[in-house]
Design a protein around this ligand. Structure first.
Ligand SMILES: [Fe+2]
Length: 171
């Protein structure tokens, strides 16, 4: 670098902080995560937790895991002990059954599934009420959900809990 350039570099006033600069930093961080973030998210690095909806393990979730690429996905597995909570949100997502046999009540209709099946939550005005059941309690019934968050946002999806899982203890 020439001497003149070095002087100019030193004399340049700091760029003042404003929303545009924040966006530039946010875009850089996003690109950085996609370049260098983990390509494999290991199950052992993710905690199981008991939620109102059931026993869950989140792999991707932009609210909790900000260091991964693909911040627009929520991917989690659900271990259905007996039955999940019941809730309502918009569909447009898929659920792949990893283990066991069970069924889901989707807007009042029973839909049976087993290992290897793909469950689709359809898009309906006002969303879809659903609850999941293990047909053989004591034998694992586990599925993985893949939720594209922009789809949920564009559909103005709400999330309303109608009933808690019996495994959830308040407080
Ligand atoms: Fe759901």
């Amino acid at each position: 670098m020439a001497e003149g350039e070095r002087v100019r570099e030193r004399e340049r006033p700091p760029i003042s902080e404003n929303p545009y600069e924040s966006v530039i930093r946010q875009r850089k961080a996003l690109a950085e995560r996609n370049m260098n973030g983990p390509v494999v998210v290991r199950g052992e690095d993710r905690e199981w937790f008991q939620a109102r909806q059931g026993k869950l393990r989140f792999y991707l979730d932009p609210v909790t895991y900000k260091d991964t690429p693909l911040q627009q996905w929520r991917v989690f597995i659900h271990d259905i002990k007996t039955r999940s909570g019941k809730h309502v949100h918009q569909g447009g997502l898929v659920i792949y059954v990893l283990e066991g046999k069970g069924y889901s009540i989707v807007d009042g209709e029973r839909k049976d599934w087993e290992k290897g099946d793909l469950i689709l939550l359809p898009m309906r005005p006002g969303g879809v009420e659903h609850q999941h059941f293990n047909l053989n309690p004591g034998t694992p019934a586990i599925w993985a959900a893949f939720i594209n968050i922009p789809i949920q946002e564009f559909l103005a999806s709400d999330l309303q809990q109608a009933e808690n899982s019996p495994d959830f203890k308040e407080g």
